[in-house]
Ligand binder design. Structure first.
Ligand code: PLP
Length: 395
């Protein structure tokens, strides 16, 4: 049967594919260490689960307003004020089934055929395909570990064309963990405002920053910049709620209204039960976020130190998220246990087959010559996994 050109032009999410492959091997009894995961390995906090159970028992199980209940919108408005100093009204907020869904609605709402969106690489895998699905064209700005994987205003100025509609800023970043300072964001934002480019700020890893790094959302840098920004965030990563599917966006009324229209004709409201759980996540105790963050920081320190002791691996210490993105270029073109490895994809395959560790090749994120390891797994697993990595790269 016929499949549309639009859908044929995109690929399935490579990170979800690798995660599925690792999980399938595990189910067959293979002892795989999965560094491929994109979700915290902690349970959802008990107060949040109880709020959902209460919602079910109270019969809060029906359709809700498309863009979210007033209660959750208020919790989001309070969160954005409390954490980011940003002021919004309810018509400037939409709740979706995950931040990914908010982003999808956003691209559908702002892109006409042939419009361009600047995406700094390494980028989260779904940005490019979501832009393509909306009829747009990703314009990639490549960065490397030599420049700390950061874009600077000059990079944006060079990439400018009359068709550029938006830029995506993801800080802390998936896959690098790199986090921009307020000053760096201000410099980027000024170029965007000058050229009337919408800034899409994907703040999903906001709560996971380490060493007292102060998180800044680009929208909070100045009131003028806020007018040009759509902030996307959610509860998946901060509250270990990846399966609950609640994300949100905050931005100019006409954009949020367009996104609501898209959502009204596709998925309608996010799950009513998850909405109640998200209210508790945002309004309730934040102590679980703090303990999860402390554990992630410990693991980050451990994995970065261990990786850098492996000869020829270079791994930058990230400020946030739960990923490391070591440079593995020195290993390419060499032979390991009889297998020639020419690309990061071949290296990831070799590591899964030979060492039983799942990592994601950098090329999935538009950056060849790196691999992404998630440290959303125990210190014991990290220790065993890195020992296996070292043995595989000696082979
Ligand atoms: N943005 C980034 C950078 C991510 O890494 C992810 C999840 O992996 C998302 C958005 C989507 O999160 P959600 O679970 O809220 O859809």
């Amino acid at each position: 049967m016929h499949i549309s050109k639009r859908v044929l032009s995109i690929k399935p999410s490579p990170t979800l594919t690798i995660d599925a492959k690792a999980k399938a091997l595990k189910q067959q009894g293979v002892d795989v260490i999965n560094f491929g995961v994109g979700e915290p390995d902690f349970d959802t906090p008990i107060n949040i689960k109880e709020a959902a159970i209460t919602a079910i028992n109270a019969g809060f199980t029906k359709y809700c307003p498309i863009a979210g209940t007033p209660e959750l919108k208020n919790a989001i408005i309070n969160k954005l004020k409390r954490d980011n100093g940003l002021t919004y009204v309810p018509e400037e907020i939409i709740v979706s089934s995950g931040a990914k869904h908010s982003l999808y609605n956003l691209f559908q709402s702002i892109i006409d055929d042939g419009d361009e969106v600047i995406i700094p690489a390494p980028y989260w895998v779904s940005y490019t395909d979501m832009v393509i699905l909306a009829g747009g064209k990703p314009v990639i700005i490549h960065t490397s570990d030599k420049t700390n994987f950061k874009v600077i205003p000059e990079n944006i100025e060079k990439a400018l064309t009359s068709k550029i509609k938006a830029i995506i800023i993801n800080s802390p970043s998936n896959p690098t963990g790199v986090t921009y300072t307020a000053g760096e964001l201000k410099a980027i934002a000024q170029v965007c405002v000058k050229n009337k480019i919408l800034i899409i700020s994907d703040d999903i890893y906001e709560k996971l920053v380490y060493d007292d790094f102060k998180f800044t959302s680009i929208a909070e840098v100045s009131p003028e910049i806020k007018e040009f920004s759509v902030v996307v965030n959610g509860v998946s990563k901060a509250y270990s709620m990846t399966g609950w599917r609640i994300g949100y966006a905050a931005g100019p009324k006409n954009i949020i209204s367009a996104m609501t229209k898209v959502q009204s004709q596709s998925t309608s409201n996010a799950s009513s039960i998850s909405i109640k759980a998200a209210v508790e996540a945002l309004n309730g105790t934040q102590k679980y976020v703090e303990s999860m963050k402390k554990e992630f920081e410990k693991r980050r320190n451990y994995i970065v130190e261990k990786l850098n002791t492996i000869k020829d691996i270079v791994c930058r210490k990230p400020e946030g998220a739960f990923y490391v993105f070591p440079n593995i270029k020195s290993f390419l073109g060499k032979t390991f246990n009889g297998k020639v490895i020419n690309t990061d994809i071949e290296l990831a395959d070799y590591l899964l087959d030979w060492a039983k560790i799942a990592v994601v090749p950098g090329s999935a994120f538009g950056a060849e010559g790196y691999i992404r390891l998630s440290y959303a797994t125990s210190i014991e697993n990290i220790k065993t996994g890195i020992e296996r990595l070292e043995a595989a790269l000696k082979g």
